[in-house]
Design a protein around this ligand. Structure first.
Ligand code: AMP
Length: 428
């Protein structure tokens, strides 16, 4: 199968060839003809499947017919959950549309609104937006959707997870009922199906990754470790294996900052990327990571979603996610497009439940590989750890007296009484 046989015209085929793609990915070969026919599409496809080109190419093909947008008007709207994803989709639109006379722009919060207003005034063919900023702009009458032809929801599941449902419903109210709608989501949960009702009409349903299955090219393993020793173990692994580009996941923004400081203290170049960081700081961190200046990027789930970092060799789950599906998203960051990758999870006793949930979801038992010197001490699972001399084994109890209290090292603000219950692993 070739891109030409899918019904794309020369300017798009040229752009695709320039990207070096010769064969459409499964999502592309299914979605492209359907979108070209004008059908609504509901696709279960994660980042890494080629979904962006899957909707961008046929979208541009359709828009190339028809009149240019009038001032203030938008012909196609792509909604994305995060600034990073919006920026990446915007880049794809520009890349694939390079040989077409079409205009596109990206709008998201956290940056000045005036240049966005100015760009919209002229009218754009494709607008990529995060929901909140789009509503602001619409409220300021900077944009009108009277002549909208196509709506695309990218990573719809993540938009729901991030609480955008009301924003999305408000946006839907101001869009024309007659339009083509494409919806992309990692999974089709009941909630997604509820949202889809009344949004898509007789959609073609496409599913490209077997639901909730982790990519087979990713080697996954678990390092059992006591919670306070996780930062030191991470630093040890980075040095020992000479990892040069590591994406590390923490559960909280605070945890990400703390761990970043710890790693820097260990002489490892690190940067945190999360929702509290300015757009500038995020772009800088991502740029540094891609160029190799920054060795470790510490991210929360939401910030990491949609980051387009090709063939990332190493992902570390410093803490397991609350939601088992996020594990699949996280490790989807590595081993893309057939490249092999490794995903290591540092798991403490308190995370046994989360680990079991993940293993149920991915239908496999992950290999446990204790690291010499970091094996968990019995104290972790014992409700009343007895005080023991420092007899050889570098066991750690959460007494917090050692220096390596990185992201989650301290038994938060609890006085050091024995037999205390461990603080919740959910962080803050
Ligand atoms: P996406 O799932 O849209 O985030 O795309 C994942 C990656 O696959 C991006 O880096 C694309 O540039 C790349 N890609 C998309 N389509 C193809 C294709 N047909 N062949 C090879 N790479 C592709």
């Amino acid at each position: 199968m070739s891109f030409a046989s899918l019904g794309l015209s020369a300017p798009l085929l040229k752009a695709v060839a320039e990207q070096g793609y010769d064969t459409p990915s499964p999502i592309q070969s299914q979605a492209i003809p359907a979108v070209l026919e004008g059908r609504d599409v509901m696709a279960a496809a994660q980042t890494g499947t080629g979904k962006t080109a899957g909707f961008t190419l046929p979208l541009l093909e359709r828009l190339k017919e028809g009149p240019r947008p009038r001032p203030g008007q938008v012909r196609a709207l792509v909604l994305a959950p995060t600034r990073e994803l919006a920026a990446q989709v915007g880049e794809s639109v520009a890349t694939y549309g390079k040989h077409l006379p079409m205009t596109s722009t990206v709008v998201f919060g956290g940056v000045k609104i005036n240049p966005q207003i100015a760009a919209l005034k002229r009218g754009v063919d494709v607008l990529v937006a995060t929901p909140g900023r789009l509503l602001d702009l619409h409220g300021q009458k900077a944009v009108s959707f009277d002549s909208l032809e196509v709506l695309i929801l990218d990573e719809a599941d993540r938009m729901l997870d991030m609480g955008f449902i009301h924003d999305i419903r408000r946006i839907l109210k101001v869009l024309p009922a007659k339009r083509q709608t494409l919806m992309f989501s990692a999974t089709f949960s009941d909630e997604i199906r509820r949202l889809a009702k009344g949004l898509v009409e007789d959609p073609l349903e496409v599913s490209v990754t077997p639901r909730n299955t982790a990519a087979t090219t990713v080697a996954q393993w678990v390092c059992p470790v006591d919670k306070p020793r996780k930062p030191a173990l991470l630093s040890h692994l980075i040095h020992e294996h000479e990892w040069h580009q590591v994406l590390v996941f923490t559960r909280t923004k605070h945890g990400a900052n703390k761990l970043t400081r710890y790693l820097e203290g260990e002489g490892i170049e690190a940067a945190a990327i999360h929702g509290n960081k300015s757009q500038n700081a995020r772009t800088k961190a991502l740029g540094g990571f891609k160029s190799g200046e920054i060795r470790v990027l510490v991210a929360t789930d939401i910030a990491a979603r949609g980051l387009d970092i090709d063939q990332l060799p190493q992902v570390v789950n410093f803490e397991l996610p609350n939601v088992a599906e996020d594990y699949v998203h996280r490790i989807g960051r590595t081993g893309r497009a057939g490249a092999s990758g490794q995903a290591v999870s540092l798991v403490c006793h308190e995370e046994s439940k989360e680990l079991a949930g993940i293993e149920r979801l991915i239908k496999q038992t992950l290999k446990r590989t204790p690291i010499a010197g970091f094996e968990p001490g019995q104290a972790v699972s014992s409700p009343a750890p007895e005080r023991r001399g420092n007899g050889g084994e570098p066991r750690r109890r959460p007494t917090g007296e050692r220096k390596e209290d990185g992201a989650s090292a301290k038994p938060r603000r609890r006085r050091g009484g024995r037999g205390r219950r461990r603080s919740s692993p959910s962080g803050e």
